[in-house]
Design a protein around this ligand. Structure first.
Ligand SMILES: [Zn+2]
Length: 230
């Protein structure tokens, strides 16, 4: 499924402050009917697949900052390597005889609605949601479970290793893959709107007619409008 090639993709709002809803809307518009119940890692993999199909590029670029000198640097993440990090087949994780499942889109929406004031405040209720049996309010157990859950779901709590090109310090930084995917898809959607606007203005075609063109043909007409050879 190519993002931006269907009128339903143009209806998706990237403006609201509800990323789980936006992800669900994108996946639903691309054919996933059960998006809310998919694990967060599967949802991220689906977004990465949609991006790869649309851009025909094997990687995505993320921007991060050096914690030592503050320099902004970009890191290239290979989509096939990211997809290998999905904890497929491992439905739950055991910590001290308590079993925890992986979070889903529905869990993310629930936690967003709870509007936790701090990470500390969120840790216990998040662990309680994911535990398959009643979880005692044992801070040490919850924190241990939280660390193990993050280690076993690396796409959800993603860390990237990089060397700062400015000061040479090797480091590891947290990176929100869901946000990265949404930013890329938002810019693809903006590009689709710009292309439709230019083609409609130049040729008088309707939105539906333009959406029926393959990306390659759209691109060739846009080159003609720019005065280049097709
Ligand atoms: Zn640096």
């Amino acid at each position: 499924m190519i993002f931006g090639g269907d009128s339903r993709h143009l209806d998706i709002s990237f403006r609201d402050e509800n990323p789980p809803q936006t992800v669900t809307d994108i996946l639903a518009a691309c054919g996933d009917s059960n998006a809310w119940d998919l694990p967060v890692s599967r949802r991220i993999c689906r977004l990465l697949e949609i991006i790869q199909n649309t851009t025909a590029e094997p990687s995505v670029e993320a921007v991060t900052h050096c914690r030592y000198c503050g320099e902004q640097t970009s890191v290239e993440l290979l989509i096939p390597d990211l997809k290998k990090l999905e904890p497929e087949g491992r439905d739950s994780i055991e910590v001290d005889s308590f079993r925890f499942r992986h979070p889903t889109g529905r869990d993310q929406a629930l936690w967003l609605g709870a509007d936790f004031k701090s990470v500390e405040e969120a840790t216990v209720p998040i662990a309680q949601t994911l535990c398959e049996s009643p979880l005692p309010e044992d801070r040490q157990l919850v924190e241990r479970a939280s660390v193990i859950l993050q280690e076993n779901d690396p796409l959800v709590a993603f860390r990237v290793d990089f060397v700062c090109p400015s000061c040479g310090e090797k480091q590891r930084a947290a990176l929100d893959l869901q946000r990265l995917c949404l930013n890329i898809l938002r810019s693809i959607q903006e590009g689709a709107f710009r292309a439709i606007h230019r083609l409609a203005a130049a040729y008088g075609w309707t939105e539906a007619e333009i959406l029926r063109l393959s990306p390659r043909r759209r691109e060739r007409y846009l080159r003609l409008i720019d005065g280049a050879s097709p």
